[in-house]
Design a protein around this ligand. Structure first.
Ligand code: AMP
Ligand code: GLY
Length: 430
């Protein structure tokens, strides 16, 4: 198979790494990729993965490249090209591409759409309102004592959510999103949800337009600092499985969330082929959806793909072709933990171009894989920092404790100026 992967983060490195292990994969391109992706080789023939300088949002450029190379499968990592309609564009040209079409990608690209969909199909979520008028938004926030999650409707790199604990804070959040427009047009419309208490988990359901295969559980750590303090980030570390989800909760997740969602999609003519990734809160009154994403999570993918035993090209092809009922997922019994190494300052301003050392040393342990997120290279250095989240140090272990210790031991071997990471990944589960 000839495969094209779109994206350049840690998630895409994990996808490339796993796709490259398949005996079916003969050629692989990644647009635009990163320094780690460029270092991967294919198990089938030892060929290198080829990174090509076309950005993930340059749809015309990607289409022209795909028409020339005719990949058997294109795999889309990030949300932006999905919401721009890359799947529709490729399908029109007869190219097989994995991911939801533009209409289906609205589950992520519009929080208002998702919230209304959940209401229509009785999917448990937070009490909420949708507003394009700041005065009405404030009235609703006041009615729930300002204990809110105030969310920009559109895509905002996972950062368009402000959590507030009183009316004053809620008022400032509404001001920031709707009037100061700190996330641009994404804040023309906002969703305000009541603040939900509980354990947060990430679910992944691989869908094929008819049904879904539910991945094992995982948990991300969204806040920048230990103890869930500091600003919201794209994700500072993950582990899988999340042992605190009960069988009862899983049953309820399937029946009240996923089955109703599939049914709702069928009734509304939404053909969702790709990954549905709901963020959930396990509340005292049962699991509730905080948001839907329409892609693999980052850094959830890093732990999932260390544990997934299936052949990934086969699975994604089956998802794109509506044939998932012929497959079942197989997981390594071991646990996996991923610690994200970030640039000092992230998620606010940070510097780039710092030399990274110690990755090879960290990977001496065969149970450790260092996935690159924001990395690049220049004339003097093969690997330098080039983003906020720089690396995802990921390890397997016979249990969560061992996987986590191993990930942290490997982390200690890697160095770059102003590197920071959370020291409490998986602590809640241990
Ligand atoms: P989202 O992008 O909607 O997942 O929100 C980002 C993060 O904000 C989530 O991962 C949660 O940690 C938190 N969050 C979002 N909505 C709520 C809510 N209704 N109650 C409590 N926390 C929330
Ligand atoms: N793990 C956070 C995200 O992918 O949105």
């Amino acid at each position: 198979m000839n495969i094209l992967v779109i994206g350049s983060g840690g998630r895409e490195h994990a996808l490339v790494w796993k796709l490259a292990q398949s005996s079916l994969t003969e050629t692989m391109y990644c647009a635009p990729g990163n320094a780690g992706i460029a270092g991967e080789t294919l198990t089938a023939n030892g060929n290198s993965v080829q990174c090509i300088k076309i950005g993930a949002e340059n749809l015309e450029g990607l289409l022209a490249f795909a028409k020339e190379k005719q990949p058997d499968l294109t795999v889309v990592g990030p949300d932006n090209p999905l919401s721009q309609g890359i799947v529709d564009l490729f399908n029109k040209e007869g190219l097989t591409i994995w991911g939801p079409n533009q209409k289906a990608a609205r589950f992520e690209s519009s929080k208002a759409f998702s919230q209304e969909f959940m209401l229509r199909h009785e999917i448990p979520t937070a009490k909420s309102g949708i507003f394009s008028n700041p005065t009405e938004a404030l009235a609703f926030a006041t009615s729930i004592q300002g204990k809110c999650a105030v969310k920009a409707d559109g895509l905002a790199l996972g950062k368009g959510v402000i959590l507030t604990s009183n009316v004053e804070e809620a008022k400032n959040a509404i001001q920031q999103l709707m009037i100061d427009k700190s996330f641009g047009d994404a804040g023309d419309q906002i969703v305000i949800q009541e603040y939900l208490e509980g354990m947060e988990v990430s679910l992944h359901a691989l869908c094929d337009g008819h049904g879904y295969l539910l991945f094992e559980s995982s948990q991300d750590h969204k806040r920048a600092l230990d103890g869930d303090k500091g600003l919201n980030t794209g994700g500072m570390g993950t582990y899988s499985p999340a042992p605190f989800i009960s069988d009862h909760e899983l049953k309820s997740i399937r029946e009240t969330i996923l089955d109703r969602w599939v049914d709702g999609c069928k009734r509304e003519g939404i053909d969702f082929k790709g990954m549905l990734y709901p963020g959930l809160m396990l509340t005292e009154s049962g699991p509730k959806v905080l948001e839907f994403n329409a892609r693999f999570g980052d850094p959830e993918t890093q732990v999932y793909l260390m544990r997934l035993k299936n052949d990934l090209p086969t699975l994604l092809m089956a998802s794109a072709e509506g044939k998932l009922d012929q497959h079942r997922l197989e997981w390594d019994d071991q646990a996996a933990t991923c610690v994200v190494l970030a640039s000092g300052g992230y998620p606010e301003a940070y510097e780039k171009g710092k030399t990274i050392t110690g990755i090879k040393d960290a990977e001496q342990d065969p149970q450790v894989k260092v996935f690159h997120a924001g990395t690049g290279s220049n004339a003097d250095n093969p690997i330098i920092t080039a983003g906020g989240r720089v690396l995802g140090v990921t390890a397997l272990g016979k249990n969560l404790k061992e996987a986590t210790e191993r990930a942290y031991e490997a982390t200690e071997k890697i160095h770059f100026d102003r590197c920071y990471f959370r020291r409490d990944i998986a602590a809640k589960a241990l």
